[in-house]
Design a protein around this ligand. Structure first.
Ligand code: ATP
Length: 329
């Protein structure tokens, strides 16, 4: 199947800075794809290169099988939703949404009809007459979305689309974005530094670090089978265990990750340790445990068996929960 977006060894350098360093990515049509990574890891640059705002230093890009080389942004069948929404303050909502249609010389009646349909999709029917300044943050975000989907691009690029919203609104917009993407069947590629957001929304996630893609996979692969210490550390709250420790419990001298929720206390514990910290998280409690100098975190149900700080505990975990990592770094 032809990829919606295909990057082959794409690099973008700014002087000595390798903002993108030989990035390979294949994003499928209709996929909800997240680019996740810390600040400065190259996510936005990657998005801008796909959009055509930035030219790669080297490498090759295809959009639905056609080379993007020399194709300007407005002819790429790709639209972008920017974090700051970039709405025109002096135009009302309807004209903001219809703007790209106006540039394409679509007649007023037809463009208003299409803009109203787009507003309906983002649940803002009836808001066409307002100015952006008369809307809440969440509503402005929807206008930006309506404007980006009005000409039915094949690919929608979203740069931290929910970054400016408060937590509650963020969560409800996450669900809406997902359902909007299903309705439209458009390929969504979104940038975020929030691992929870990437894992909960995306079909697949690419984890970036220092201009490189460190791992690409479904959320459960990225979370449960990180290929490197970097991914294990960055995505979620894994224990990253050094080779000396792993050798004792598995016979293999490799780095490994172990999710805190796969650790059981008491019972037939294979290792013994001391509880050094305890934080109540509601239905679960997070424990810091010292095992002869190796620190582990365990997440256990908050019941009356949770050990106190200073208590000696026997810990256990299924061998299958220990995920050996090939990549040292
Ligand atoms: P954030 O989450 O903070 O937006 P990011 O992962 O999106 O970060 P980029 O914005 O892609 O990261 O930046 C990657 C690297 O490239 C950074 O070191 C940044 O300073 C550098 N960079 C980006 N754009 C330019 C530019 N126009 N000129 C020089 N350096 C740049």
């Amino acid at each position: 199947m032809t990829a919606a977006v295909s990057l082959q060894k794409v690099s973008r350098h700014f002087g000595p800075i390798k903002a993108m360093d030989e990035v390979d990515l294949d994003i499928a049509p209709g996929e909800f794809f997240a680019m996740l990574g810390p600040s400065g890891s190259g996510k936005t640059t990657c998005l801008r290169v796909i959009a055509g705002f930035e030219q790669p230093t080297s490498g090759h890009i295809e959009i639905f099988g056609e080379t993007a080389e020399g194709v300007p942004p407005y002819r790429r069948n790709v639209n972008t939703v920017f974090q700051d929404y970039a709405l025109f303050p002096h135009l009302n909502v309807l004209d903001n949404v219809a703007y790209s249609l106006m540039l394409r010389k679509v007649g007023r009646e037809e463009r208003n009809r299409q803009a109203e349909a787009a507003l309906e999709l983002v649940k803002l029917a009836g808001y066409g007459e307002r100015r952006p300044g008369q809307l809440s943050g969440g509503q402005r975000q929807r206008v930006a979305l309506a404007r980006a989907i009005v000409n039915r691009p094949k690919v929608l690029l979203l740069d931290e689309p929910l970054g400016a919203l408060d937590l509650k609104l963020r969560e409800s917009m996450q669900e809406e974005l997902k359902s909007l993407q299903k309705t439209l069947g458009i390929t969504f590629i979104f940038v975020t530094h929030d691992q929870g957001e990437a894992l909960s929304m995306a079909d697949r996630v690419a984890v970036f670090s220092e201009g490189r893609v460190r791992q690409v996979g479904k959320p459960e692969e990225i979370y449960g089978k990180p290929n490197s210490r970097f991914v294990a550390d960055f995505v979620g709250s894994s224990n990253v265990l050094p080779p000396e420790f792993v050798e004792r419990v598995s016979g293999q001298r490799k780095w490994a990750s172990l999710r805190p929720e796969s650790i059981h206390l008491n019972g037939e514990g294979i290792l013994s340790g001391t509880v050094i910290s305890r934080s109540y998280l509601g239905s679960t409690t997070r424990l810091g445990i010292d095992l002869n100098g190796t620190r582990l975190h365990a997440v256990v149900p908050s019941d009356d068996r949770v050990p106190a700080e200073g208590a000696h505990v026997a810990i256990d975990f299924p061998q299958s929960a220990l995920h050996l990592m090939e990549d040292e770094a």
